[in-house]
Unconditional design. Structure first.
Length: 286
């Protein structure tokens, strides 16, 4: 797929599907970022119009119109600038992120677990992450996306609350690094056994940890380098490129291996975004 394909696959309502069908928030945001990075403002504006129409009253976004709950995709929407999304929409998205944590970090959860005689990690209270869906536990993916959005906002308008939340969330990620390096989707030792890292979440976590110096970041970069050489998944390669570039470790002149297929709107869009970033048009840190 290409930019022309993205434009041709835009739905009449302005949004995008993952492949075909109704519009969803995740592919719509990625398509907008790709179009803006390529200078295609008209279809991007139509996509932004769809996002504004489906924004929820609590300041967040649901995965799809008709879903009655704001979720992690709010962090994706907040990657757009206030000028692109609209200042009020963007402000409310940032507020939603700041007010959302994994269930294990809430006071009510800790009281319930204490009454049940269960131990609760002190790190869960001190270093809250973000869940896929409010009311559930925090995970690596949505936490990394939220950090990327808040980091962009912190560089526009720094506040103590944003700085503290970013710092705590980065500690959340560091605490969940796998023993061998890199990141899984959640716990590094589920059921007491060490888990293995995945390329997508390793790249995402490294991107969110840009500027952080830690042995866990170093081992994550080593694992990401191996994944980059071995993976043939479009999604994995997109996030690995971002994570390695965040630390200046993407090999100079890197080219995606032949035979990698971009089947979905997010995969195609992120490839365009990463290529533009490598050429100096950066929507994550520019």
């Amino acid at each position: 797929m290409s930019i022309d394909t993205l434009i041709n696959r835009q739905n009449r309502d302005g949004g995008w599907a993952y492949v075909r069908g109704g519009s969803w928030t995740e592919p719509t945001v990625y398509a907008i970022l790709a179009l803006l990075a390529s200078g295609e403002k008209a279809p991007a504006e139509l996509g932004i119009g769809w996002l504004r129409r489906v924004a929820r009253k609590d300041g967040g976004w649901a995965p799809q119109a008709g879903v009655d709950q704001s979720t992690w995709v709010t962090g994706l929407v907040a990657l757009l600038s206030p000028e692109q999304l609209g200042p009020e929409y963007h402000r409310r998205a940032i507020d939603w992120l700041l007010d959302t944590t994994g269930e294990e970090s809430t006071t009510m959860y800790r009281i319930r677990e204490w009454l049940l005689g269960n131990s609760v990690s002190e790190n869960d209270r001190k270093f809250p992450g973000w869940p896929w869906v409010p009311g559930t536990a925090a995970w690596v993916g949505p936490t990394a996306i939220a950090i990327l959005a808040l980091d962009k906002q912190e560089r526009r308008k720094s506040t103590a609350r944003i700085r503290e939340r970013i710092a705590a969330a980065r500690e959340f990620l560091l605490s969940r690094a796998c023993d061998e390096g890199g990141w899984n989707h959640g716990s590094s030792r589920p059921l007491g056994y060490p888990s293995h890292p995945y390329p997508e979440t390793t790249g995402l976590a490294l991107a969110a940890l840009r500027g952080v110096r830690s042995p866990r970041v170093d081992s994550g970069l080593a694992v990401a380098g191996k994944f980059l050489a071995e993976c043939r998944s479009a999604d994995a390669l997109n996030w690995l490129r971002l994570g390695l570039r965040a630390h200046g470790k993407l090999p100079p002149g890197y080219c995606t291996p032949s035979g990698v297929e971009y089947r979905t709107i997010p995969e195609t869009s992120l490839d365009v975004v990463m290529t533009a970033a490598e050429q100096g048009r950066d929507c994550f840190w520019g």
